[in-house]
Ligand binder design. Structure first.
Ligand code: 5GP
Length: 232
């Protein structure tokens, strides 16, 4: 199979005319690639966790690129052209939000905040408004951004509810969207502890990639904990 693209944590292979195979690798990066490590088994955990979330979202009527999980660490997906925007949704203030604005760490955000970032490590994925996203050619029309906001808030409702039952708070997360050859907007990429913040509902312990970003240790143990809780 032809390797089409190698990102920081995933590789994309062309499988046939209509599908890609995404390989979740064991690489971990933070700070736009400045900090790197490899943890054996991380790729498989993220592939399984992400598959479970995509299955839940599909059941609830969200259109996604996801077709099937191919254990241990691959997703078969519909071919899409990725829109170069990160759609970030926040329920609790932390991370870059409190570095940029006078929110307090742990402050509840109700209604949730949705923001767009332009995917470009050189510029540190800067937040963009609708006009900048359109002027950069990320999308053609404001309506596409509105649709992405609407789907993101729906994903937030579905996953917040699902995770609450598992004793996990969905603090924030990042989504990516793509367009298939018919022009349909599909949720793409991954939804995993690499792309979400998860806190234990009782202890507020960090269960996600912030363990790596902040050198808290036991990264894989906590990814495993997320896997066990969501598959239970
Ligand atoms: P923040 O802007 O606070 O750093 O991140 C907000 C949320 O989006 C976090 O859940 C974080 O994991 C996710 N996120 C933001 N940018 C990226 C990125 O470039 N890569 C990954 N994997 N996740 C991101």
């Amino acid at each position: 199979m032809k390797l089409l693209y190698k990102g920081k944590a995933k590789s994309v292979y062309e499988r046939d005319e209509d599908t890609y195979l995404i390989e979740f690798r064991d690489d971990l990066t933070a700070g736009d690639g400045a900090k790197k490590d490899t943890k054996a088994g991380k790729g498989a955990l993220n592939a399984e966790i992400s598959a479970k979330f995509f299955e839940i979202l599909k059941e609830k009527g969200i259109d996604t690129h996801f077709i099937e999980f191919q254990p241990p660490n691959k997703h078969l997906v519909k071919k899409v052209r990725i829109i170069p925007l990160e759609v970030i949704c926040r329920n609790i203030a932390t991370g870059s939000l409190i570095r940029r604005y006078p929110f307090k760490e742990g402050q509840e955000l109700s209604p949730p905040i949705v923001e767009f970032g332009y995917k470009d490590d050189k510029y540190h994925d800067p937040m963009v408004n609708d006009e900048i996203a359109i002027a950069l050619g990320a999308v053609e029309k404001k309506e596409e951004l509105d649709k992405m906001r609407e789907i993101t808030l729906k994903v937030n409702d579905i996953l917040t509810e699902f995770l609450k039952d598992k004793g996990i708070i969905l603090v924030d997360f990042k989504l990516e969207f793509g367009k298939d050859k018919e022009g349909n907007l599909l949720l793409a990429d991954e939804i995993s502890p690499d792309t979400c913040r998860f806190w234990d509902a009782t202890t507020k312990e960090i269960l996600d990639k912030d363990r790596f970003r902040k050198d808290l240790g036991n990264v894989l143990e906590f990814y495993r904990e997320v896997r066990e809780r969501i598959l239970a």
